[in-house]
Structure formats: structure tokens, C-alpha cells
Design a protein around this ligand. Structure first.
Ligand code: GLV
Ligand code: MN
Ligand code: MN
Ligand code: MN
Length: 413
């Protein structure tokens, strides 16, 4: 080893700010949804910076983007570090980008110091972690880990009504210098740095969370079909009103599930009515239900309860209910070999940490199925995320990257 590798704080903070300009929203957040023109621009910038530093850049058939820094022994599977670059429609500048750019800073720090590592390190930006423009989320890490196949989604349409196959192709083609390989190559381990997206670290004034697992998630799509009719002339007994059914069902599940279990999370984040006219009883109303729980049994019980309440509300209003399970991510437990390396890195740097379970799902949940994985969390202001107001202090950004560098050196040396 020629020099002690070190994170360059100015370069990292500048990089976070450069990427925040891609898809920037007037309120200070980003709209860089998966496989959009903005997402492609962010990938391009990262690839250009990587090529300029002499790293190898390649993609896989799910458009996961990889940047490789060679180790002494090219035959050993690489250590993978990184996260995602796509965002929610009104997302923050740190969710995903911070982990990807901190990982790239680790590669740059190693290159600056001309450090010889034993195995290669690859930085990854996984495709469509968010799942808002195309569902499900974590498409890239699912394809990488074999949990799903890109072929499964070719016919999927986005919220802006574009075909997945077309957007995937355009994204792959936007980086002609990056060879396209089959999805899912061997790796030794995966470490993902991410903002906590909740209030615990800030409240406890602890700069690093060592993530020991991820709670389970299920997404339902509920559709109530009734009969479109005149708002002014249709008496109650003639109405088959799917909006009344949806309102009743949503009120029942909101009142019945979270208040009786502090660990449960339930969100209705999207609702649409057809034809969507002020003076027409809708013919059809559909909405999503996002359910989370750390315990798989408890999550299954919540799903059953939602089913029952929706069927009851549909019956009460003379409607038909169709309920589809769109996403099913069981809770996951991360690898102790990787959480131990994170703890050791924190201890070596004299940085306080605490173990925690992630309330959000992440790419590491899927990668953990094929290689030991774990996550590093850094605090965000007021726990706010999936919001343009998302904020992480410069100090926490730099601390997180230093911990990641320490972990990378341990796991790749
Ligand atoms: C991912 O963004 C999640 O919803 O947990
Ligand atoms: Mn994220
Ligand atoms: Mn997110
Ligand atoms: Mn997420």
C-alpha cells in the first residue's frame, strides 16, 4: 500500500450536488424516475467520470450499471458496493444517489492512493429501485439475484404509459461504450450505504446505523367496479358506487391495522377513479395498498385483513372487487460477516453506531440472497424521505463514506 486511502470530502459533496442537478425540481428535490431521460443522464455522468478515471464500465441486461476497479487477483469474485440513482417523482437528492456516489468516492480514494487490493471492487447503480414509474421496485437487484427475470417485465407500462421494453432498450443504448452482460455475476459480498429515511439515528444522535435486516413489504392493487351513473338523478338504492366502497375500505383498514400494532405500516398512496368527472358516480376505482411488517406472519395477517375489509366494503356498495398482489418481499436478515465488518470500521474510526432494522426495502434485500450483504445508514433530517425536503448534513455524508471505505478495505484486501 503506497498511501493511506482517504475520502475526499470536497469531491464527494460536489458529486452529490452535481447529480442533484439532474432532474432537479424547483423545491430542491429530484424527479429522476427509473429509465427516464433524467435517469439516463445520471448514468451517463457516472459512466463518464468512471471512464475518465480509467475504471471499466459495463451494464447487464437489466441495465444495472457497474464500475470496476481491478484487484490483484482477477479470478476472485469482486466486492460489490453501491445503491441506485432513480428517484421518486418528488424524491430527495440523497435516496439512492448518496450510496452510489459514496461507493464511487471509495473507488476514487483507492485510485488516488494507488492502493493494491486483493479482489476487484465494483460499484453498482441498480435499475428501478423505487418502483414508482414501473412496478415492482428493486427490479435491477431482483434480476441480478435471480429473484426475477427482465423478460417478466417487458410488457409492463409506466405511470406515464410507456413500455418497459422500450425504456430499457433506450437506457442500455444510451451507454454504447458499456458492454451488456447477462444479469447476475458472482460477487463476494455487497455493502449498500443509504440514508435512514426514518427518525431514529437523528433522535439518538448516532451517526451510523448498522442495518441487520429489512422488514417485509407487500403491495396490493385493489379495483372496485360498480356502475357509472348520473350524480344528480341516481337515488341511493340504485347506486353501485366504487368510490364509496373505496372510501369505506380505506377508512376501515387505516383505523383497524396500525392503531392496534405499532410495528405495522399501511399506506394507500395512489387512487384513481374512472371516468373521473365531478358529476358522475365512478364506474371503477382502483387504489394501491403498501403494507409493511418485520414479522412475516403478522404481514400475512394484515394482508388477509385488507382483503376482508375490501370484500366487505365492495359488497356493501354493490360492487365487484378484484385484488391483486403486486409485490411480495419477505423480511430479510443481513449477513453477520458484513455487519461485523461495518461495526469494525466504525470502531476503527471512533464513530458511534447502533444496529437497526430497515423500514424501507432496498436492493441489498435481494442481493443478500446470493451473497452476504448488509447496509450502512446515515441520519437524515427529521427522518423525512420520499420528499423533496430530504436532507443529510455534509458531516454525515462524509462520515458514511469513510465507514464505507473502511469496510471496502476490509472485505477486498
Ligand atoms: C423503497 O423506496 C421503499 O418503498 O421502501
Ligand atoms: Mn433508496
Ligand atoms: Mn426510495
Ligand atoms: Mn427505497
Amino acid at each position: 500500500m503506497k498511501n493511506e486511502p482517504a475520502v475526499n470530502p470536497d469531491r464527494l459533496l460536489q458529486s452529490v450536488s452535481d447529480f442533484a442537478a439532474i432532474g432537479a425540481t424547483p423545491a430542491g428535490g429530484v424527479n429522476r424516475q427509473a429509465l427516464s431521460a433524467e435517469d439516463r443522464a445520471a448514468r451517463r455522468l457516472l459512466a463518464e467520470r468512471a471512464l475518465a478515471r480509467g475504471f471499466t464500465v459495463f451494464q447487464d441486461e437489466a441495465a444495472n450499471l457497474f464500475i470496476r476497479h481491478e484487484g490483484r487477483d482477477a479470478a476472485q469474485p469482486p466486492l460489490l458496493i453501491g445503491s441506485h440513482l432513480d428517484s421518486q417523482p418528488t424524491g430527495g437528492r440523497f435516496d439512492g444517489a448518496l450510496g452510489t456516489l459514496s461507493a464511487f468516492e471509495v473507488l476514487e480514494a483507492l485510485a488516488d492512493a494507488d492502493v493494491e487490493i486483493e479482489r476487484a471492487i465494483e460499484v453498482v447503480a441498480f435499475t428501478n429501485e423505487e418502483g414508482s414509474r414501473f412496478s415492482p421496485g428493486c427490479m435491477g437487484s431482483m434480476a441480478f439475484s435471480g429473484a426475477a427475470n427482465v423478460a417478466d417485465w417487458q410488457a409492463a407500462r409506466s405511470t406515464d404509459d410507456v413500455l418497459f421494453a422500450d425504456e430499457l432498450r433506450a437506457t442500455l443504448d444510451a451507454l454504447p461504450e458499456a458492454e451488456i452482460r447477462p444479469a447476475g455475476h458472482p460477487i463476494s459480498a455487497f455493502v449498500e450505504l443509504h440514508i435512514e429515511q426514518g427518525p431514529v439515528l437523528e433522535r439518538e444522535n448516532v451517526p451510523i446505523g448498522i442495518v441487520t435486516g429489512v422488514q417485509g413489504t407487500k403491495w396490493l392493487e385493489v379495483a372496485f367496479s360498480g356502475e357509472a351513473a348520473h350524480a344528480g338523478t341516481t337515488p341511493l338504492e340504485f347506486r353501485k358506487d366504487p368510490m364509496a366502497a373505496a372510501a369505506a375500505a380505506i377508512a376501515r383498514i387505516q383505523d383497524g391495522i396500525m392503531p392496534s400494532d405499532p410495528a405495522a405500516r399501511l399506506t394507500v398512496g395512489r387512487i384513481s377513479a374512472e371516468p373521473g368527472s365531478v358529476n358522475v358516480i365512478p364506474g371503477r376505482v382502483s387504489f394501491t395498498v403498501d403494507m409493511r411488517h418485520p414479522d412475516a406472519e403478522a404481514l400475512a395477517a394484515i394482508e388477509r385483513r385488507v382483503h376482508e375489509e375490501c370484500l366487505a366494503a365492495a359488497k356493501r356498495w354493490g360492487c365487484e372487487a378484484a385484488i391483486a398482489l403486486r409485490v411480495d418481499m419477505p423480511p430479510g436478515r443481513f449477513a453477520t460477516a458484513v455487519t461485523a465488518a461495518i461495526a469494525e470500521s466504525c470502531a476503527a474510526l471512533g464513530i458511534a453506531s447502533r444496529p437497526m432494522v430497515s423500514g424501507a426495502f432496498h436492493d441489498a434485500l435481494f442481493v443478500n440472497r446470493v451473497a452476504p450483504s448488509a447496509m450502512i445508514f446515515v441520519p437524515c433530517r427529521n427522518g423525512v424521505s420520499h420528499n423533496e425536503a430530504e436532507f443529510v448534513s455534509d458531516e454525515h455524508i462524509v462520515t458514511g463514506a469513510r465507514v464505507l471505505l473502511g469496510v471496502a478495505l476490509q472485505l477486498a484486501s
